[in-house]
Ligand binder design. Sequence first.
Ligand code: SAM
Length: 323
Amino acid sequence: MVSRHCAYCLIPLEADKVKMCGGCKKRSYCSRDCQVNDWGAVGQHHKQWCKEQICEEDIDWEIRETVDGKGLGVFSKRLLPKHTRIMVDRGYRKIEDVPLPFINALMPHEGTLQEKWDLNSFYREESGDNLGIRLARVNHDCRNNATNKFITDLNAFILIAIRDIQEGEEISIQYHFYNDISTSKGYRDAREQVIREKWSVNCLESCICRDKVLAERIQKAHELDSMIPTMPMKTEEQIKRVLKNVDLLLKESEQISNGIMALSRTYYDGFQIAILHKKTYPLHKMYIQKYLESCEIVDSKLSSTYQQALKYYQNPSIHRNHF
Ligand SMILES: C[S@@+](CC[C@H](N)C(=O)[O-])C[C@H]1O[C@@H](n2cnc3c(N)ncnc32)[C@H](O)[C@@H]1O
């Protein structure tokens, strides 16, 4: 069975007709024209990603039918260790920008283009509506093993493993964010309702997203997250107290949230707070180092977020909080 598609036009590829990218030796095409198109922004801008060793279809993952009625899904073809970058997918901002065969292939099968767009696109406050053609095949699971981020300046979604994913395991993300500690309960509940209506994903009473003890921990972590920037931070003692809360939040986030995404923000908070006072200044090193590492994973070295983090790492005194 053919499980590889041209990375540009998405037509199925016969094993003996595959043209491989000479750089990453992974990305596959049906023709030189498709390879040239994919190299620039017309396609997925592979020129930017070629050296980043992102996983590719048929080598690291494949799209196939699920056995539990969810339609197609994305499955790993090998062990994908935690923090592996599973896929990079160009973001389409408007229906008109998406090549017709791409959007036509999506769910709902008999739906209009608008219905397909509505079901498969993601909305983000900072970047609006976006559709990733391959990302749209990733199904929802409340115990998701991957998470995705839209990198606005690179116009790309990046899908990251948040724990080790075994060979043959389905790769899943969360369509609703019950454990997003950065938002209030009211907002999380409203978002969940909309998202359940959009994707008709209905969880059992026993699902982790309905666990009351966990919900309380998430709420407490959210309160801590909101409280940190409001705490007094003038004296050394006050700053040390805030940093204790930062460390507490990092520990909680590691266990209850989507991992790396939530941690990334809090590492940055730790950095901004530690540099406020000369006595706590040495502590900044650990936070900015962790922040830089997390930016490399969730945003990639190519992003402006990573480049800015690198500047702060190399020269913390350029940050406005520096004592
Ligand atoms: C973005 S698409 C995901 C890919 C889709 N399975 C396909 O074949 O193209 C979202 C749709 O997949 C199905 N789906 C995703 N996760 C599901 C889940 N956990 N349980 C049931 N259906 C799910 C629902 O029909 C949902 O509206």
